[in-house]
Design a protein around this ligand. Structure first.
Ligand code: 0A1
Ligand code: ZN
Length: 880
């Protein structure tokens, strides 16, 4: 295992590689505990290397972890021990010529590799994960993204592995003399080692084809175990949509003759964009109407799109170093979000993404691991696959899109791809291409890449009736983050509209423009709107035009007005969220001060009119009826009083359910019809609203209403309805109703891995007392595996991240449980352990004893013994 050396890598220390690898020939002989890897590298001195000129050549440094070196030769001659040195994580080789062929033989053990980096076994199938630094667990190599090489890969395996895959095109397939199978693949595109992939197994395939805009035929294949073969259709449809979309929106065509996707059960993340051979977590690719929810269908579409889009934003143009990770991830998340918005409801997609950002990314930005979109340093790069790099990075790209407009942005992306095709580049190169294609100056805008923290905009206004001028004053600030005390002002695109007394958008200029993007760039700035007859109501940050917090003293009436009238659907939703937030804050205060709780009647009325508004998209109604989550409320507090948040939110939900019972029931009945399942936006919207109503109705815990859930559970013909009903039963029905439902569900679906994961999640997120004890029991369930990240995420992650109520139980046992599991997991899979510990790293924000208990739990992790580098980085930075 990698150890906990607190070695920190800095962006400022970046140096071009001393050597380049023109070609890489790999030869694998697969055996579970004894795989032989032979590599043949054509190496040459990098003409652009910065190392000191002189007679002697610098040593060749190769990365290598958990490898058994068998032999090393240069230009056909064995290298004597005196000419190389084994380092803790690699080799240093003395070099005599500026060009040479290096051959390495080494052995690895895929079966015992539970880290799921490098080459490992998942249910008897060999697969690889090389991003970010996994290739070094396969063989010694300059494992850095700016070393790009042409790969040829030969795989030799026993007959029980008929499917042998790697990147590029298959150029050879035959039996060896000893009866094994040998297959060779050649990838014509130079790539960094992190995009290498290998798969071997007994797999079935679903095939299709796609004709590119220029008329080339591409073979599409999805590989999976035989039992899942009927769950690939949605992913295949999504892939073809994504391929077409990238041609239409970005002018990007696919570039190989074959595109393969493989589903594996053991995977640390969602999926991986290896050139021509994407490897997916089964949970992010397999779906059927009976077994997958609408949310899963949509997630699959977006992840299939995401990985496919990486072929250009990531593979053809890749990252120079890992500090530039957002270059490919921020851009690709922006691309997949727009793809999903085009395929589904744009407003709802935006609401979902912003909710995630506000809840989890803002918390990251305000926590001990806060870092800029382009970090300055890291101990373990795996810890920087974060919401900041991905989601905030995507918001940064979105802001560039907002500033340049659709056409300007496309000019910029065309220039970027053309200029840097085949190269490993930086975030700076991306911004420069956007500037050069549009003749704009984004100097100040670049601070979004280098400054961490969530900016706050304080907005105030005044109306000069005599001149008909409306004045908006915007003050920006950004809290200090670790290592960055002082922040310089950001360049913030602030989209605004002004509503008149009739609820319509006012014209902001003689051309009749109703929305403007204000360029906020100073600490304090004013913006004048002239020619107005009355003081308007501002609709601020429309569409969430920047990842900031906006403070403006809206009154309850003004928020109700925006909720009813704003032409920006996102801001209609957001006005409702602000209103709910205000009501919930009042409830928390009343609770702390011992007063009786009473929900603001205006909130109830507002929810009623939303529910009864036939013009709104049902999916938007469902979002508007959903109170901000406890996590979101927690993020917005200066100090978190978990108990007050829980009491206030539960009370508000109960009061809403009680007051709106009739309307909710009407709406539920209207939508509860037998339609054949289609994962299409309109149908998803109806199911979403129907199940939102059901969830509220069950909050009342009234027997007749719980019977609705029971009936829906028994009759559901799709997993969306079945799972929603079961969730309501688990959370609100008595054991004699909930338990049999859980049991029959398991009975029916026990053979289906994805459904069993969902079943685990329904239980670990139950708000009922006793959930921690059930979680411990679930960990003893035969279907639970500590070595499978999906199971860990469903059971332990569900409890710690998606069960605010039970995780924050007052005795602190929730935190102790998490600490215990993190320590155990660290021995198996450091990446997962380091992610899982997140909830207890935020201890400083909690008030009172709960904060102390959380702190103690985190300390116990540190004191448990030797930690992996991954976990050490997160825990040590969070204890400071
Ligand atoms: N590039 C992938 C994410 C990914 C990163 C690391 C992994 O293994 C540790 C796996 C996948 C993506 O953005 O989809
Ligand atoms: Zn990605």
């Amino acid at each position: 295992m990698k150890d906990a050396q607190p070695r920190t890598v800095y962006l400022k220390d970046y140096r071009a590689p001393d050597y380049l690898v023109d070609s890489t020939r790999l030869h694998f002989e697969l055996q579970p505990q004894d795989t032989l890897v032979k590599s043949r590298l054509q190496i040459r001195r990098n003409p652009a290397a910065e190392s000191a000129p002189g007679e002697t050549l610098p040593p060749l440094l190769l990365d290598g972890v958990d490898l058994e070196l068998l032999s090393l030769s240069i230009d056909g001659e064995l290298v004597p021990a005196s000419r190389y040195r084994e380092l803790p994580e690699g080799l240093s080789i003395h070099v005599q010529n500026p060009e040479f062929v290096l051959e390495i033989h080494n052995r690895i053990n895929p079966r015992d590799n539970t880290s799921l980096e490098g080459l490992y076994l998942s249910n008897g199938m060999y697969c690889t994960q090389c991003e970010a630094e996994g290739f070094r667990k396969i063989t010694y190599y300059p494992d850095r993204p700016d070393v790009m090489s042409r790969f040829t890969t030969t795989i030799v395996a026993p007959r029980q592995y008929p499917v042998l895959l790697s990147n590029g095109n298959q150029i050879e397939r035959r039996a060896t003399e000893d009866g094994r199978l040998l297959v060779t693949w050649e990838d014509p595109f130079a790539k960094p080692a992190y995009l290498f992939a290998l798969v071997a197994g007994e797999l079935q395939t679903v095939e299709d084809s796609f004709t590119t805009a220029s008329g080339r035929e591409v073979k599409l294949q999805i590989f999976t175990e035989a039992k899942n073969i009927r769950k690939c259709d949605h992913a295949m449809r999504s892939l073809k949509k994504a391929m077409r979309w990238d041609e239409e929106v970005y002018g990007r065509e696919y570039d190989l003759d074959i595109f393969m996707v493989v589903a594996v059960d053991h995977f640390n993340m969602g999926a991986m964009e290896n050139k021509g051979l994407n490897i997916f977590n089964s949970a992010c690719v397999l779906a059927s109407p009976e077994t997958a929810t609408d949310a899963t269908f949509q997630r699959i579409e977006s992840i299939v799109g995401h990985e496919y889009f990486h072929n250009w934003s990531g593979n053809r143009v890749t990252c120079r170093d890992w500090f530039q990770l957002s270059l490919k991830e921020g851009f690709t998340v922006f691309r997949d979000a727009e793809f999903s918005a085009d395929m589904n409801s744009r407003a709802v997609k935006r609401i979902e993404d912003v909710s995630l950002l506000r809840t989890a990314q803002f918390a990251e930005d305000g926590g001990p691991m806060a870092h800029p979109v382009r970090p300055d340093s890291y101990m373990e790069i795996s810890n920087f696959y974060t919401l900041t790099v991905y989601e905030k990075g995507a918001e940064v790209v979105r802001m560039i899109h907002t500033l340049l407009g659709t056409e300007g942005f496309r000019k910029g992306s065309d220039l970027y791809f053309q200029r840097h095709d085949g190269c490993a580049v930086t975030c700076e190169d991306f911004v420069a291409a956007m500037e050069d294609a549009n003749g704009v100056d984004l100097t100040q805008f670049r601070r979004w890449y280098s400054q961490a923290g969530t900016p706050v905009l304080e907005v105030s206004d005044a109306f000069d009736a005599a001149h008909g001028t409306y004045i908006l004053t915007v003050r920006q600030s950004c809290p200090a983050t670790p290592g960055q005390n002082k922040k310089l002002p950001f360049h913030i695109p602030l989209a605004v509209g002004l509503l008149g007394a009739d609820g319509r958008d006012l014209s902001l200029d003689p051309q009749g423009t109703t929305q403007k993007v204000l360029q906020v760039s100073e600490t304090e700035q004013t913006f004048n709107f002239t020619g107005l007859k009355e003081k308007p109501l501002p609709s601020l940050l429309r569409g969430f035009s920047a990842p900031v917090k906006v403070r403006y003293g809206y009154s309850t009436e003004q928020l109700l007005f925006l909720m009813r009238n704003d032409s920006d659907e996102f801001n209609r939703w957001d006005a409702g969220q602000r209103l709910a937030f205000m009501a919930l804050e009042q409830l928390q205060k009343d609770y702390r001060e011992g007063r009786d709780l009473q929900l603001q009647p205006q909130l109830v009325d507002a929810y009623r009119s939303v529910l009864q508004n036939p013009e709104l998209d049902p999916a938007l109604v469902a979002e508007m009826l959903t109170l901000p989550s406890a996590q979101t409320l927690a993020e917005q507090c200066e100090r978190i009083d978990a108990e007050a948040i829980i009491v206030a939110r539960e009370f508000a939900r109960g009061a809403l359910a009680e007051a709106l019972k009739g309307e909710l029931l009407d709406c539920y009945r209207r939508l509860d019809c037998d339609k054949p399942y289609r994962p299409e936006a309109a149908d998803i919207a109806e199911r979403s609203l129907k199940n939102t109503c059901l969830a509220y109705l069950c909050v009342t815990e009234e027997p007749e209403l719980l019977t609705l859930a029971q009936a829906q559970f028994e009759n559901a013909a799709n997993m969306t309805d079945s799972a929603a009903a079961l969730a309501s039963l688990v959370n609100h029905a008595a054991d004699d109703m909930a338990q049999p439902a859980l049991e029959s569900f398991y009975e029916r679906w026990q053979q289906d891995t994805q459904v069993v994961e969902l079943w685990f999640g329904l239980q670990s997120t139950s708000a009922r007392r006793g959930t921690l004890e059930s979680v411990r029991e679930l960990m003893q369930h035969p279907a639970f595996e500590l070595t499978n990240p999906n199971k860990v995420r469903a059971v332990i992650g569900g409890f710690a991240n998606r069960n605010f109520i039970q995780f924050h139980r007052a005795d602190g046992r929730g935190f102790e449980f998490l600490a215990e599991q993190v320590v155990a997991l660290d021995k198996l899979n450091p990446q997962i352990a380091a992610r899982l510990v997140t909830p207890i790293t935020r201890w400083k924000k909690y008030t009172g004893e709960l904060g102390e208990k959380m702190h103690r739990a985190l300390q116990s992790v540190m004191e448990s013994g030797r930690l992996s580098r991954d976990l050490y980085e997160v825990v040590s930075k969070s204890l400071v």
